[in-house]
Design a protein around this ligand. Structure first.
Ligand code: IMP
Length: 427
């Protein structure tokens, strides 16, 4: 048995879906443990492209159980849409399960998220407007609906009697938004119950016990990335969940001892969508070049991603707080035509020359920081067809080994293209 967690080690969009997809082949149970449809994952297989938001991409394989875990927040209409898209492609969904403890994103959550983003005069986060923050806020405030409530008229009625007066007051007085009657919400919930009915896993405890007893392989699928973690990321420019490896324990139903490895997925460069600090961001033509070659546009929102050189300062931090045991480096082939490749090894404070090799968590000073780079020679060769580490050009190997040295963490996988086959297993 070897249970692995796949997490994003940067600001999301690192190519986790491909790595998860590869590892899913050898897993029996795949659990998505946090986030919601703010995530966007693309998997390319046999010339077909699939876009996932909530459903684990492991569903593309037969005989796998894919659980949308208790730590997730689910926008029912979006879930339905994703299910229908997969059905259209004739994907077998018999292994798809949803935890009854997952939290429901209600219409007021997306409305408040949209309102806050559109009207923020200061402190705009640049969210995906999918209601993620407001849903997690209500979860923590103990005024959220869980999937299981949809099937318990008593729980639903009692909860709504508490939730609606509070919500309506807030919607009307704080945001000037539409309020909801209990009848309206009960009607919505009736529809939600139908959407989830084929997938709700009421016997999840027995299922997890069985997988554990039979020593089956479990893959925990993280969304977003460590630098967007609500505890450790560039707060407040973060998402509202825990994409770190530790999130797998709270968001799945298994404890930390079930985890053998944490694979941190990182691009050979860095991208970010939304607002927030990004010390190695390239706002010049080099940034445009990376965006164009790397096709760096959001899957969920279509927004152009901000691009920059590999930031070993944040990555070292990610390895620590994310619990990363090895790295999957993606999009290495984007550098195939580059003469030089830079790695940021430290930050320098422009005000006083102070050097930071450990990540400074006070993001309000990041505007004063500039990257200190180590420059590596490019390999100027197409590596997208290479499958064995030893066949890589010398300069490519030098680059990967330099990263391992700085990060003190091994690289286990190198991705050299979007297809499943375009992968080098380093150890
Ligand atoms: P939220 O998760 O929609 O609340 O957005 C909060 C921040 O996380 C914003 O900067 C988003 O752009 C970012 N974010 C959320 N999900 C993803 C993702 O899957 N990839 C990259 N960034 C994300």
């Amino acid at each position: 048995m070897s249970n692995k967690v796949v997490i994003g080690a940067q600001w999301g969009d690192e190519g986790k879906a491909k790595i998860t997809d590869l590892l899913a082949q050898k897993s029996d149970l795949i659990i998505r443990y946090q986030g919601g449809c703010n995530a966007g994952h693309t998997v390319v297989t046999d010339g077909r492209t699939f876009k996932f938001h909530l459903i684990p991409s492991g569903i593309l394989y037969k005989n796998k159980i894919c659980l949308v875990g208790n730590g997730t927040v689910i926008l029912p209409e979006f879930f339905e849409h994703e299910v229908n898209d997969l059905k259209k492609e004739n994907i077998d969904l018999s292994g798809l399960k949803v935890s009854p403890l997952a939290t429901i994103t209600m219409p007021w959550h997306t409305e408040v998220d949209g309102y806050s983003e559109d009207n923020a005069k200061k402190g705009k986060i640049g969210t995906t407007k999918k209601g993620i923050g407001p849903t997690y806020t209500d979860k923590m405030a103990r005024i959220a609906l869980k999937i299981e409530d949809l099937y318990s008229p008593e729980a639903l009625s009692e909860k709504l009697d508490v939730i609606l007066p509070l919500k309506n007051k807030q919607l009307k007085e704080v945001y000037g938004l539409k309020t909801y009657t209990k009848e309206e919400v009960l009607d919505l919930c009736k529809n939600y119950a139908k959407i989830f009915e084929p997938y709700v896993c009421f016997d999840w405890q027995d299922m997890l016990r069985k997988f554990k007893a039979e020593k089956k392989n479990v893959l925990f699928e993280g969304a977003q990335g460590v630098m967007l973690d609500v505890d450790f990321g560039t707060y407040p420019y973060v998402t509202s969940s825990n994409p770190i490896g530790g999130g797998a324990a709270t968001g799945s139903g298994y404890g930390p001892k079930m985890i053998d490895e944490v694979i941190g997925v990182a691009k050979a460069y860095v991208t970010r969508v939304g607002e927030g600090p990004f010390v190695t961001e390239l706002t010049d033509s080099m940034g445009d070049t990376i965006r164009e070659i790397g096709h760096e546009f959001g899957v969920t929102t279509g927004r152009p991603r901000r691009c920059g050189w590999f930031d070993a300062v944040t990555m070292k931090y990610s390895c620590l707080v994310g619990g990363i045991t090895s790295i999957a480096l993606t999009k290495a082939d984007v550098f195939d035509t580059f003469d030089e490749i830079k790695i940021c090894t430290a930050y320098k404070d422009k005000r006083n020359g102070k050097l930071y090799t450990s990540y400074p968590t006070d993001v309000y000073i990041h505007k004063y920081l500039e990257p200190v780079y180590e420059t590596m020679q490019g390999w100027r060769e197409n590596i997208s067809g290479i499958r064995k580490y030893e066949d890589l050009p010398l300069n490519a190997k030098k680059y990967f080994e330099k990263l391992e040295e700085i990060l003190d963490t091994p690289i286990s996988i190198i991705s050299v293209g979007p297809d499943r086959e375009q992968t080098i297993f380093k150890k």
